[in-house]
Ligand binder design. Structure first.
Ligand code: SAM
Length: 186
């Protein structure tokens, strides 16, 4: 049985189209879509990572609306998905909270279309039996290179046909959730 899985959507450190280190703004659509996909596949916690206090406040306001405000009554299903979500200033802060909550040392798993020498989805599923996975998704043009220098596990990219590979983070997350957590029905 897979141990509980957490997901992080990173707004810093990520890169822009030039490869420069940037901090991206939180996109409401990312929050809703990844929360809904996460809830569908049994993700236990969804951390929205941004070092910008005003951005964390924005996310907390969105959560308030859907947890206790009009949204909670208007769409209980959406409220249930967003209940997974919480903000954190850094990946390290989120992982420390996740470790405390799930009682095991999280296994950080980086993702990206350009990942080289990643682990297979099957291998990642096996690792998830021993340690609580902490799946890390980026925004902008992807996670910053510094994250890939930490010695953390990286997952093979989702590959389509041919060279074109520009999935949105929402699409990539949903596909990865299905491959790691889905029931594999064909
Ligand atoms: N080419 C960029 C990249 O590095 O993935 C696309 C950036 S996309 C807006 C941001 C995030 O979506 C990436 O950091 C990664 O988490 C996810 N992502 C996008 N395409 C992916 C793929 N083919 N395989 C795995 N993750 C992907």
């Amino acid at each position: 049985m897979m141990l509980p899985v957490a997901v992080a959507l990173v707004h810093h450190p990520v890169v822009d189209r030039r490869g420069d280190l940037v901090t991206t703004a939180v996109t409401n659509l990312d929050l809703h879509d990844i929360a809904r996909a996460g809830r569908t596949f049994g993700v236990a916690r969804f951390f929205v990572i941004t070092p910008v206090p005003a951005q964390r406040l924005l996310v907390d306001r969105i959560l308030e609306h859907w947890r206790h405000g009009f949204g909670a009554a208007y769409n209980a299903d959406r409220a249930e998905a967003l209940a997974l979500m919480e903000t954190a200033g850094t990946l390290e802060e989120a992982m420390a909270r996740w470790e405390k909550e799930c009682g095991g040392e999280p296994l950080p798993v980086l993702t990206g279309a350009a990942v080289k020498n990643g682990i297979s989805f099957a291998r990642c599923r096996t690792l998830g039996l021993e340690r609580p996975l902490f799946l890390i998704f980026g925004t902008g043009w992807g996670l910053a290179p510094e994250l890939f220098k930490k010695g953390w596990t990286a997952l093979d990219p989702v590959r389509g046909k041919g060279m074109y590979n520009h999935l949105s983070v929402r699409s990539a997350a949903a596909i990865i959730f299905d491959r790691l957590l889905g029931d594999g029905e064909t």
